[in-house]
Design a protein. Structure first.
Length: 514
């Protein structure tokens, strides 16, 4: 698609035929041009702003129209100092992109000078710095698995047409190791314990086979139950299921504490095939007589080690004591401490053990971290300095939904290609934003911690903690969005005076910072 052009204060003596020829020299159609008045444009009136929108940056050029002679179609042009148009902001009709400064340049009067302003068609994708390829190790029931079997095309798994189509829409072509090893035994009905670090695609590893096993059922009732330790993770899992269930007859619902139970009861009223829940809210609904889950056929414990750390083991045991028959049980965790292993043989019967590791590397090993001490007033300028001098794509974390909206809007208003996601954005809009970010339309994604768990986008080069997270574990999950599966990446954390009290608890996860 040809970049759009905004022309401000077009000189009256520049005719449309001549202007069309100038555009044609740049392979730009008249329909792609927006004409408008710019009240803060410099004098004289024969100066025009030309803004060429590129995918990754905004090239601002001020053309001084010294002479227009329609008879012989000549144009003398001088590229003036960009500082003249510093106050200019792109129209809302054009997707904003990041400004880049250009040195002062002089060009000749020949009409072919317009060639100098033609945007390059070459787009250089931003990728994180790569270390030598990290060897993946995997063990299934004590047997080491060959590395070349750990990444296979989704098309080779024999999935249903509708699920495969939805996976294609999400842009996933091949499995991650945990997906390659977990999906086949789950589809066969086996219990499974999966041990893999954060950011390896565990959600798809259980969501895809759960849907495949439930899909043939035409009568709606609760068949799949997913337990998650936090509201944010539960929402993230629900959104993944929604993506995979598009166009099917199945329905997923999420319930969690800290929100109005009435709204969740309304959601449950139309029935569900899959329920994602935090343990406390699940048992609360059962205690009120508003939910029965004793006939669930497949049960997932996601981030089971974190549930244990948060004291949910009594609730988990209560849940497993509720089933009439033993459901297919899947446990996924970054680590498997002894307390979780006690479930084996009682609540988890003869499970397949899958363990995937990347040379035991964690985000602390693969992410180059920096901490910047700033005042509240200087934090914004510090962010712009990173965006202007570092390679993207960037994932920026803000603390609240309101902060996310405000920061994304401010970036857009300053000409940066940004979008945002948080819990109040509809699933359709969220998916649209993620796909646009994944495809490179936006170089910046601003998010709350809702996005820090389960977000699967390759190639994020730099994670920026604009606001300090609530807990060290959240910091690890945030920076784990870069340096995925053995790659390397960067993370920058801004620390203000108000953050200093809580900074001590983050020292263990800030690594060797620069």
């Amino acid at each position: 698609m040809q970049p759009a052009i905004i022309i401000c204060n077009l000189p009256s003596n520049l005719s449309k035929p001549l202007f069309e020829k100038i555009l044609s020299a740049n392979n730009i159609a008249w329909k792609d041009v927006i004409l408008r008045e710019a009240p803060d444009a410099p004098e004289p009136s024969q100066e025009a702003f030309v803004v060429l929108k590129k995918q990754k940056r905004l090239e601002k050029v001020l053309i001084q129209l010294n002479e227009c002679e329609i008879a012989d179609r000549t144009l003398q042009a001088t590229v003036a100092d960009e500082n003249v148009i510093e106050s200019f902001r792109p129209s809302k009709e054009v997707s904003p992109v990041k400004p880049e400064k250009k040195p002062e340049t002089k060009v000749s009067a020949d009409e072919n000078v317009i060639e100098s302003f033609r945007p390059s068609k070459k787009v250089i994708p931003a990728k994180p710095e790569k270390k030598p390829e990290t060897k993946v190790s995997a063990i299934v029931d004590g047997v080491e698995i060959a590395d070349d079997t750990l990444r296979i095309p989704f098309h080779s798994l024999g999935l249903s047409e509708i699920v495969q189509s939805n996976i294609d829409k999400l842009g996933f072509e091949a499995t991650t190791p945990i997906q390659a090893l977990a999906i086949p035994p789950i589809m066969k009905g086996s219990d499974l314990i999966g041990e893999a670090q954060t950011g390896t695609g565990k959600t798809l590893a259980f969501a895809i086979p759960m849907i495949e096993r439930i899909l043939p059922q035409t009568v709606r009732r609760l068949r799949g139950l997913v337990l998650a330790p936090t509201r944010e993770l539960a929402i993230q899992i629900k959104e993944t299921f929604d993506d995979l269930l598009e166009g099917t007859h199945l329905r997923a619902v999420v319930v969690y504490g800290g929100d109005h139970i009435i709204d969740q009861l309304i959601e449950m009223h139309d029935g569900m095939d899959i329920l994602i829940a935090t343990p406390g809210r699940l048992l609360d609904l059962r205690g009120r007589g508003r939910l029965r889950f004793d006939c669930a056929e497949i049960v997932v414990l996601d981030e089971a080690d974190r549930m244990l750390d948060m004291g949910f083991m009594p609730q988990i045991k209560s849940v497993f004591g509720s089933f009439y028959e033993h459901p297919q049980t899947l446990l996924f965790s970054a680590t498997i401490p002894p307390e979780l292993r006690k479930l084996t043989g009682v609540d988890i019967v003869d499970p397949v053990f899958v363990k995937v590791g990347y040379n035991k590397l964690t985000p602390l090993d693969t992410v180059t971290q920096s901490v910047i001490n700033v005042s509240l007033d200087d934090k914004w300028h510090g962010l712009l300095d990173i965006l202007d001098h570092e390679e993207g794509p960037f994932l920026i974390f803000a603390r609240t939904k309101r902060d996310t909206e405000r920061l994304a809007r401010k970036l857009i208003d300053h000409g940066y290609p940004a979008t945002r996601i948080h819990g109040d954005i509809s699933q359709a809009d969220r998916l649209k934003a993620l796909n646009a970010f994944r495809m490179g339309r936006y170089d910046i994604l601003v998010a709350t911690d809702v996005a820090s768990r389960g977000l699967d986008i390759e190639g994020i080069a730099h994670v920026i903690n604009y606001d300090l997270p609530m807990a060290p574990e959240d910091h690890l999950h945030r920076i784990g969005r870069t340096a995925r599966a053995g790659a390397t990446g960067k993370a920058t954390t801004f620390v203000t005076n108000k953050d200093r009290r809580s900074l001590k608890q983050f020292r263990s996860v800030l690594g060797q910072v620069s």
